[in-house]
Ligand binder design. Structure first.
Ligand code: MEV
Length: 321
């Protein structure tokens, strides 16, 4: 019998990179852009098989050996109190573009953990899903803040701060959003693995810690401002805060010509504000729009080279173009 579970993609509204250094950040789930894990039993003695057809399809070639998700399967089985010698076929599929900034890795991980738990007849709370995915993300990313695994496991808009050490629990809260707001999320099509961008920022921070700590503190202050604006509702001021976040991200060196082109196109056609989202150096950007500007901004993004665009109204479901 097959068991299926899904998890959403995510966007970071504000605070990426600085969140790795202890500053607050805001992340939103993308409910309609999801990863799916399917588990099926195999004949006794045939062991574990993992298939990730979408990862191959998106130009990353065959999965390396051992498979990156094998460690997470081992961790989850241990958590469930089961032997790690299992006879199952795991299929991981994702509508979330890989290495785009939409949290594909964390979503695949969360879907996998939930599917395994359900397959073996166990319940699993979002906190446990998040913790297990974080453990495995540490293998890939080195110093993940934990924001991606948290938002895709809880499936809620969150205000997030990492723990003081990798072992310490993060603090996070659901966001209060007074008025729903609409984002267009555009993919540059340039694949940019998170660990490379995070690693480059770390190298620069090590060379000029005081300088970079100031950028991070400014980004943290903006995240607090964005949180307050979401609670009171003011799209103009929210857009301006997102623009200022983009200036700081550019100063961190994580923007790219493709991102800048999309951001400029969105602003020129009436977006309240626009910035890159996630690790940068490619990947995705987001633009804050209203019903009057949405169609024109989407068209301009397409003309400026967006590979695909997701529209999401926070507080409601998102729509895939
Ligand atoms: C990636 O979605 C966000 C970064 O801040 C990395 C992290 O928080 O682990 C760039």
């Amino acid at each position: 019998m097959a068991t299926k579970a899904t998890a959403p993609g995510k966007v970071i509204l504000c605070g990426e990179h600085a969140v790795v250094y202890g500053q607050p950040a805001i992340a939103l789930p993308l409910q309609d852009v999801r990863a799916t894990a399917t588990i099926e039993d195999r004949p006794a003695g045939t062991g574990l098989a993992i298939q990730t057809p979408d990862i191959g399809e998106q130009g990353h070639g065959p999965a390396p050996t051992p498979h990156p998700f094998a460690a997470l399967i081992g961790l989850t089985l241990a958590h469930l109190g089961r032997s790690t010698s299992v006879d199952i076929a795991v299929t991981l599929r994702s509508a979330i573009p890989i290495a785009s900034g939409m949290g594909s890795g964390a979503a695949l991980g969360a879907a996998l953990v939930k599917a395994l738990a359900h397959h073996f007849g166990a319940g699993i709370a979002p906190a446990e899903v998040s913790r297990l995915v974080y453990e495995s993300e540490r293998v890939f990313h080195g110093t993940p803040s934990g924001i991606d695994n948290t938002v895709v496991s809880y499936e809620q808009a969150i205000w997030f701060m990492r723990g003081r050490t990798d072992e310490a629990a993060p603090t996070f809260e659901p966001l209060v959003i007074k008025e729903p707001f609409t984002l267009l999320i555009a993919d540059t099509g340039v694949r940019a693995p998170t660990h490379l961008s995070v690693g480059r920022v770390r190298e620069q921070w090590l060379q000029a810690p005081e300088h970079f700590n100031r950028y991070f503190a400014d980004i943290g202050a903006l995240a607090a401002e964005v949180r307050a604006l979401l609670a009171t509702g003011n799209a103009q001021r929210l857009g301006a805060a997102l623009d200022r976040n983009q200036v700081l991200l550019r100063q961190l060196g994580v923007s790219s010509p493709e991102l800048e082109r999309l951001i400029a196109a969105a602003r020129a056609t009436g977006a309240f504000g626009a910035k890159l989202s996630g690790a940068g150096a490619g990947g995705i950007m987001l633009a804050l729009v209203d019903t009057a500007s949405c169609a024109a901004v989407a068209r301009a993004l397409q003309e400026a080279g967006a590979q695909r665009i997701v529209q999401t109204t926070v507080g409601q479901h998102n729509v895939l173009f």
